[in-house]
Structures are given as structure tokens and as C-alpha cells.
Design a protein around this ligand. Structure first.
Ligand SMILES: [Zn+2]
Length: 441
């Protein structure tokens, strides 16, 4: 099994090298925006070769990119439009489904294609062996407009060891941190790990992510851990207050502060997610970890923003929409594979409404949409976040049993899609034990 890691390397650049990187990243950004506009005019084309044919001469002669970079700009733009097309298709399927359930629903238009995709951040993509390579004694060589620049780098010691041991490397991305005037090289490393076997895992664990508790974790032996979000939420409120007052001010220096702050906030969240993931993996070793598939859970639970909502509701919405749960799950998944655990995606539907004792599923199981889950049928009571985690655990256990029985771990279907849901309901309807008791002759 191959696992891809991203190593973040700090480049030790001199003034002259930084100027060269500046020129390269800015030119590349111009190239991306030009290419994006052309691809947009070509009916939002997502074919890299086709776009390249159109823009290559311009990128080489007018913007002055080296040939490698003039090839990677169309590739990046094509990938961007491909993603937009997928989103567009998903959007229309969802709208059609809503129409079939709610006749008279006005389908919302897809907004992703109203104008050409715009590239704002200063980045540059490299391909290993073509435009960046390792040099001897811990140096890296990267391509700029004025030829290759060779510099030393720093990073996480385990990542450096991997690089030195000659592990397989993929693409790299140059990124710029404005507040520190510093370039980083994000390199993807491919690590070969033994394939996981069902018998490797002693724990079956479910993780419920949320606002009140950033993670509630439980296993099949009823060991439970709550990771509170209270303190970090409080800190995030602080960030939000500062942001708001700066936005109101609207001066140039306020905008500058805002840019610095946004990076700091993002890193703060990433840091918290990294440490959460590590703690969970330490507490539950050798585990199969069930994670809810949260794809478009936000649109499902949140709806659109409502300008008339109360201040309190707005604040709650902002808080919910700004914690990156998907990031926590990604961290968990990749760290798990490094320590001999494994993350699985499970269906997220009804995890907060389904009784784990009797199976009764209803919105009414959450009286006043409150903190407690109270089953309408059997009266079972439990904290609602813990209920979510229990349901995820049960679903992970079911997958694990399947895996042992069949020897194959089936590829998880896109369980958030409407068709998958319908298919699942259909499958369960066939499971009813026959009530036909007449004698068959
Ligand atoms: Zn019940």
C-alpha cells in the first residue's frame, strides 16, 4: 500500500534567490490567469493538451516562462476546470433530486462557471526530475525564470530522513508565506507500507466530529474520549472579532493585517487538528477507525446564510462553517496508516438520529434538537455526540466483519450521493425475513 505524505520544507534562500522565486511565481500566476481565461473562452475546456496548444506560444514568448512551466500552467488550469465540471454535474443531480421531492422547487443555477477561474495565491507547481531535483548535501534545485536556483532546506526530521533514504517523490508545490516573506516547498513523498490485514487491528473505533466536541471517539468496548472544542472555539471567536473590526476599518493597512491574520488562523486550526489526530491514534492503537463521510454535510445541515438571522445564530453558523473537520479526517487517515491503524469511510446519514439499542430512527429522538438523545421507542438516553460516535463505530464494525468474511475491502461508494442512498434503502428493503409460514409441499 502506498501512502502519500506531504513534507513542508523551508527553503533557505538568499535575497537574490528570493527575487528570482518572486519573479517566477508572479509570472506563473499571470500565466495561470491568462490560461484560465482562454480555457474559459474555449467552452470551459478541461483538456490539458488542447489548452496547451492554444496558450503555449503566449506563455513562452510574452510571459517568458521556461518550457516546463509553460506546460504545467495548462495542466493546472485543466485540472481546475475538470473539478468544476464535476461540481457542476453534482449540483444538477442534487437540484433534480430536490425537485423530485419538492415539486415547485426553483432549481438554483451553478455559479462556478460565471467567470473564468481566478488564481490568486503565489504558487508554482514542479515535477520531480523535470524542474526540481535533490542535490548532494541536503540541497534542492528548483527552476525559475533565470535558470535553476540551488539552496538548502529545513524540515521535519522524519521527512528529511525519508528524502535522504531516497524514497519516491512526486510533484512539489512552491508556496509563499507573506507574513514571513518566506518560500516553502511542499513535496509529496510516496512511502511503501505493507498492506493492512484484518487481523492487524484490535480496536474498532468510531469518530464523530463536531463543534462542541471537536471529536468524540468511542470503541466497541465502550471506551470513550471527548475532545472538547471549548477553548479553541473561544480563541476562534477572538480571531473573528479582530477580523470583523479590521474589515469595518477597510484601510490599506487593515487589509494587510487581515492577510496576516488569515494565515495565522488557518495554521492554528491545522495545528489543533494535527494534535487531535495524534492523540486519538495514541489512545486507540491498532485500530480500524470509522470516519463519517462528510462530503457536503455543510450544505445539507446549514442551508444558505440568512441575513435576517439573529446574531447568535449567525455566530453559531460561522463557528460551524469554519472548523475544518475534513482536515482532521485527512490527518487521521494518513497518520493512521503510518502507525498501523486504518481509517474507513462510513455512511454519515442519520448517525445522530438512529438509536444504537433498538435501531429506531427519527428526528423525534432529539427532543428540542437538544444535547441529549432520547429514543422515542425504547427510551435509551445518551449524549448526542456520543451517539454519533457509537453509530459510526457500529458501521465500521460492519465493514470490518465484511472484510474478514470476504477477504476484500470493497471500495467505498460515494455514499453521500442521492443514488447511493436510494440504492442502500432498496438493498435493505430486500432483507426482510419472509413472514410466509404456510407449508410448502
Ligand atoms: Zn431505541
Amino acid at each position: 500500500m502506498k501512502v502519500t505524505l506531504t513534507a513542508k520544507l523551508k527553503l533557505n534562500h538568499t535575497e537574490a534567490q528570493k527575487a528570482a522565486l518572486d519573479a517566477a511565481t508572479l509570472a506563473f500566476r499571470d500565466a495561470l490567469n491568462y490560461t484560465s481565461k482562454r480555457a474559459f473562452d474555449m467552452n470551459k475546456c478541461s483538456g490539458a493538451a488542447k489548452i496547451q496548444k492554444e496558450v503555449y506560444t503566449h506563455l513562452r514568448e510574452v510571459i517568458g516562462l521556461p518550457s516546463q512551466m509553460a506546460c504545467s500552467a495548462p495542466r493546472q488550469v485543466a485540472a481546475c476546470y475538470k473539478g468544476l465540471w464535476t461540481k457542476c454535474k453534482d449540483h444538477h443531480t442534487r437540484q433534480k433530486f430536490i425537485q423530485s421531492v419538492k415539486p415547485g422547487h426553483q432549481p438554483r443555477p451553478f455559479r462556478g462557471f460565471e467567470q473564468p477561474a481566478k488564481f490568486v495565491s503565489r504558487t508554482l507547481e514542479y515535477q520531480y526530475g523535470k524542474d526540481y531535483t535533490w542535490k548532494k548535501d541536503g540541497k534542492v534545485s528548483v527552476l525559475t525564470l533565470e535558470g535553476r536556483q540551488i539552496m538548502t532546506y529545513q524540515g521535519y526530521s522524519k521527512h528529511l530522513e525519508l528524502i535522504q533514504s531516497g524514497c519516491e517523490v512526486g510533484g512539489a508545490k512552491l508556496s509563499y508565506q507573506k507574513s514571513k516573506k518566506q518560500y516553502f516547498l511542499l513535496v509529496s513523498l510516496e512511502v511503501d507500507l505493507p498492506d493492512p490485514q484484518p487481523a492487524d487491528h484490535k480496536n474498532v473505533v468510531g469518530v464523530d466530529v463536531g463543534q462542541r466536541f471537536h471529536a468524540v471517539v468511542t470503541n466497541t468496548r465502550n471506551r470513550t474520549t471527548f475532545f472538547s472544542g471549548q477553548q479553541t472555539n473561544h480563541q476562534k471567536e477572538g480571531f473573528a472579532r479582530v477580523r470583523q473590526s479590521l474589515q469595518r476599518k477597510g484601510t490599506r493597512s487593515a487589509t494587510r493585517r487581515l492577510v496576516l491574520l488569515s494565515g495565522r488562523e488557518r495554521r492554528f486550526i491545522a495545528d489543533r487538528n494535527h494534535s487531535l489526530a495524534s492523540q486519538i491514534l495514541k489512545t486507540y492503537p491498532q485500530a480500524i477507525i470509522g470516519l463519517e463521510n462528510l462530503k457536503d454535510i455543510r450544505t445539507r445541515t446549514e442551508g444558505r446564510s440568512n441575513p435576517q438571522a439573529s446574531l447568535k445564530a449567525k455566530r453559531a453558523r460561522r463557528r460551524r462553517s469554519q472548523w475544518s473537520f475534513a482536515e482532521l479526517q485527512t490527518f487521521l487517515a494518513y497518520k493512521a496508516s503510518l502507525v498501523g491503524s486504518m481509517a474507513l469511510g462510513v455512511d454519515a446519514h442519520y448517525t445522530s438520529q438512529q438509536c444504537v439499542k433498538c435501531g429506531h430512527t427519527s428526528k423525534g429522538n432529539r427532543p428540542q434538537a437538544g444535547l441529549m438523545f432520547v429514543c422515542e421507542v425504547c427510551g435509551y438516553q445518551v449524549h448526542s455526540d456520543l451517539l454519533g460516535a457509537r453509530n459510526v463505530t457500529l458501521r465500521a464494525l460492519a465493514v470490518r466483519q465484511d472484510w474478514t468474511a470476504t477477504g476484500a475491502l470493497s471500495v467505498r461508494p460515494d455514499v453521500s450521493s442521492v443514488e447511493a442512498k436510494a440504492e442502500r434503502l432498496q438493498r435493505y428493503s430486500e432483507l426482510r425475513w419472509s413472514s410466509d409460514t404456510s407449508l410448502r409441499l
